[in-house]
Design a protein. Structure first.
Length: 96
């Protein structure tokens, strides 16, 4: 009975380590991205703007608030694009 408890503890520890490493790699990947606005095609934005509450709902091309995630450093190389830092993009009054 004691061997099964040790085995259970070992398996639990391995699963916890694996989950932590996955979470760390996602955070590192997110840190390598930026929010790029101003050059997005209609309906292709990644998140809300002040005029809509959901991704994919911008109605005009090159909307100045519509953004997508791009690898860091890419947005500065696109003519007409600009980097934005949106913390909570949900329009006021539309939060659930």
């Amino acid at each position: 009975m004691k061997n099964s408890n040790v085995l259970h503890a070992a398996m639990t520890s391995l699963l916890a380590i694996g989950a932590a490493s996955v979470a760390m790699s996602v955070s590192a990947e997110e840190a390598k991205q930026e929010q790029c606005a101003g050059v997005i095609k209609a309906g292709k934005n990644d998140c809300a703007t002040s005029t809509n509450a959901c991704h994919g709902h911008v109605l005009t091309d090159s909307h100045p608030e519509a953004w997508i995630y791009l690898p860091a450093g890419t947005c500065d190389r696109i003519e007409g694009a600009h980097v934005v830092q949106v913390v909570d993009p949900t329009p006021k009054g539309k939060k659930s």
